[in-house]
Design a binder for this molecule. Structure first.
Ligand SMILES: O=C(O)CCC(=O)C(=O)O
Ligand SMILES: [Fe+2]
Length: 353
């Protein structure tokens, strides 16, 4: 257990986690197949499933088991796509909190309030508006990722990993689209873990990394909005220091599978090794994410399409290749404080691949 972590050790083979932010489930969810009446298609072998004819609005009225089965599917497949959704921002919030709760999020976890969300934002504190028009004016959450003079892969990230209690699930609905362009890509953290050699897996399992979004202070100052210091969805997420430590490899409680948990957006340093070693290791893992297009899925949006993803075990990247307006709403729920169960399996091991 590296000394750099601020988290408690709860068992011989558990690294990280926090006593006030543990999952309420003690074993992975089993998909009962209740969504079997809906046609589904796996878009690639390792990540991404599209459901046909399923309206999230209807699912809100359904039994808990159907919502749990959707959570199991999202966590196993990384991201789920649903075309042409009627769901409103309020219903998105209701749905994602139900999904997160039924999938076993800690009782202390709710919906995230992004530190850059303006007070009195029109859709409420818990909706992040994704907007190319805001971006053009130098605002919005993704402003710092949309510099097109850099590699398009610069923007690969998992949401809000700078929080002590980061996101389990997120849902994005895109309602305004340019004629072409603006695709989003997701990559499987499970698959990235599976591509490491056994000695490298063991080595990285003993390490933690520092995730830092204190660059948001400059953004907030520039935009003239005070940063959100009060509770941001969990009592563990408050204050002005947007920096934390997480295990480099974490276990997803919903699947029980190990995933790589570092990202270009927020992970600055692997702890306990030299700076040069950290840079080299991070660069290698980032290359695994960006250069393995067979660990990725790319989604071409149509109006009102929705994506729901598991932020614990995927990364994603927007594409800034368009000039027209593109806009949508995102809601993110909070899961558990990240931990590694050393005895948990990898995805390929669990599926017998
Ligand atoms: O604009 C996009 O496609 C993705 C934006 C994003 O990173 C998010 O919604 O978390
Ligand atoms: Fe994101």
């Amino acid at each position: 257990m590296p000394s750099a972590t601020t988290h408690a050790v709860v068992g011989f083979n558990i690294v990280g986690g926090h006593p006030d932010s543990r999952p309420t489930i003690d074993k992975p969810l089993v998909n009962s197949g209740s969504l079997g009446n809906f046609e589904q298609n796996d878009i690639t072998p390792v990540i991404g499933t599209e459901f046909y004819g399923l309206q999230i609005r209807d699912l809100l009225q359904w039994k808990d088991q159907a919502v749990k089965d959707l959570a199991a599917t999202v966590s196993q497949r990384g991201v789920v796509f649903l075309r042409d959704q009627d769901v409103t921002p309020t219903e998105m919030k209701d749905f994602i909190i139900r999904l997160s709760t039924l999938a076993g999020c800690p009782t202390t976890s709710g919906l995230h309030v992004h530190p850059l969300t303006e007070e009195g934002s029109e859709l409420g504190d818990q909706i992040s508006v994704i907007s190319s028009e805001k971006q053009k004016k130098g605002g919005g959450l993704t402003h710092q990722l949309s510099d097109v003079s850099r590699f398009a892969s610069t923007g690969w990230h998992s949401d809000i990993t700078f929080e002590k209690v980061p996101s389990d699930y997120a849902m994005l609905k895109i309602h305004t689209l340019p004629k072409t362009g603006g695709d989003t890509l997701w990559a499987s953290g499970y698959e990235i873990y599976d591509r490491l050699s056994d000695p490298m897996k063991r080595f990285l399992e003993g390490l933690t990394a520092t995730h830092d979004a204190n660059f948001f202070h400059g953004e907030a100052e520039r935009l003239g909005n005070p940063l959100r210091k009060a509770i941001r969805g969990s009592p563990l997420n408050q204050g002005t220091d947007l920096k934390t430590v997480h295990p480099v490899i974490r276990t997803n409680p919903v699947t029980g599978w190990k995933s790589v948990y570092v990202n270009k957006g927020f992970t600055k340093r692997i702890n306990g090794v030299s700076k040069d070693e950290s840079d080299m290791l991070l660069a290698y893992i980032f290359n695994l994410v960006t250069q393995n297009h067979d660990a990725q899925v790319r989604f071409k949006w149509k109006k009102n399409d929705c994506a729901i993803w598991d932020n614990r075990s995927t990364l994603h990247c927007a594409t800034y290749d368009y000039s027209g307006a593109r806009a949508g709403d995102r809601v993110a729920s909070l899961g558990e404080a990240p931990y590694l169960d050393v005895d948990s399996k990898s995805r390929r091991e669990a599926l017998g691949e």
